[in-house]
Ligand binder design. Structure first.
Ligand SMILES: *Cc1c(COP(=O)(O)O)cnc(C)c1O
Length: 366
């Protein structure tokens, strides 16, 4: 059996450090917004090259609070991609805004800057790109469009912790950005967690208030806020993994390179790196007309595989009505052919070869 992500192997490496940190937290009883959350916020701000990092309860909350703090609200249009996890659009709906889905680049699967520009109306207030599967979106072009049209730029970095463009980290390009620490993400907790980053003092202050019941001073409340704090125990785990994140991401890139080399002669599209930034391979996602046969063959060998994402957001039941008549041809064609293979820092070369051999078998059998 080869899982999509081998979290067990990763834990073995950080076990001592994590257990000591958790034991200390339990002894100190500093469970809410304690010293580890504070330290993690400083460490991630330094790592990502941003002024402020604020720990919150999930990636979904990070995006929601980022939009709120940037003043996106009722009736505002937010241009985003339909080829993403639902949470990108949920966050937009939570603030009463309207997600405007536009098409993607056929090779990187990231939002198309040209499509963004065409979708701008007088109601457009923000653009929310997703650095999908760990590859940075074309932030130079997207930031330029936002500047020219006076739009807020909110990055969905839930899959891109550690990805960068010319040394600048994803999350450092926009007015604000949201990260997720869902266990399977490149930087994953042992439960839910998230982070908002921003260079704006004002946005940071608003997020700190919003995540903690609209309060700066205990029992004094200025706005209706939320209970959305990064958990102290999760911060212990995240600090241990943050120290190793570059090593983890490099190992993912190595696995991806091996995969792509081994499959270079097969009639399928291995991940395309556009060369604009450093891809951190949250997912290793390919395209094939014979996807369903490949998935069946992998499942028969107990090899993890998945389709991210089988149904684009504009075709989901929840958005079908609101998006009636919208057709996104590239998105739809990619969703019909994409599939993802196991990838994580602990996937061995042997297992990588084994997976490729199964895929090769599908093409050999006809
Ligand atoms: C994981 C993910 C989220 C949501 O993060 P949670 O921590 O699970 O709430 C949002 N957007 C994208 C693109 C994601 O992959």
């Amino acid at each position: 059996m080869i899982p999509m992500v081998n979290l067990k192997a990763q834990y073995a490496e950080i076990k001592d450090e994590v257990e000591q940190g958790l034991a200390e937290t339990i002894e100190n009883c500093s469970f809410i917004l304690g010293p580890n959350v504070q330290a993690f916020e400083q460490e991630t701000a330094a790592y990502l090259g941003v002024k402020h990092a604020i720990g919150v309860a999930s990636g979904t909350d990070a995006l929601h609070l980022a939009l709120l703090a940037e003043g996106i609200g009722q009736g505002d249009e937010v241009i985003t991609t339909a080829f993403t996890f639902i949470a990108t659009a949920e966050a937009i709906k939570y603030v009463g805004a309207i997600p405007v889905f536009v098409d993607i680049d056929p090779k990187t699967f990231n939002i198309s800057p040209e499509a963004i520009e065409k979708a701008i109306t007088t109601k457009t207030k923000a653009v929310m790109p997703v650095h999908l599967f760990g590859q940075p979106a074309d932030m130079d072009k997207i930031a330029q469009i936002c500047q020219a049209h006076n739009l807020k730029l909110i990055e969905d970095c839930c899959q891109s912790f550690g990805a960068s463009i010319n040394g600048k980290q994803t999350g450092a390009f926009g007015n604000a950005a949201g990260f997720s620490f869902f266990p399977s993400k490149n930087l994953g907790a042992f439960g839910d967690g998230g982070l908002v980053v921003t260079d704006s003092d004002e946005t940071a202050a608003k997020i700190r208030q919003l995540r903690n019941h609209g309060s700066d001073v205990r029992y004094y409340h200025d706005v209706i806020g939320y209970n959305s704090r990064l958990d102290e125990m999760q911060a212990v785990i995240l600090r241990a993994k943050l120290k190793r994140i570059d090593q983890y991401n490099q190992a993912r890139r190595r696995v991806a390179q091996l995969y792509s080399g081994l499959m270079a002669d097969l009639p399928l599209a291995t991940p395309f790196e556009d060369g604009l930034g450093v891809h951190v391979y949250h997912q290793y996602t390919l395209l094939s007309e014979r996807r369903d046969e490949i998935l069946k063959a992998l499942q028969a060998e107990h090899i993890g595989c998945a389709v991210y994402y089988p149904v684009p957001l504009h075709q989901q039941n929840v958005f079908k009505q609101e998006c009636a008549g919208l057709s996104l041809s590239v998105t739809e064609s990619v969703a019909a052919r994409c599939f993802s293979l196991p990838i994580c820092p602990f996937l061995s070369d042997d297992d990588t070869r084994k997976i490729v051999a199964v895929i090769r078998g599908v093409f050999a059998s006809s």
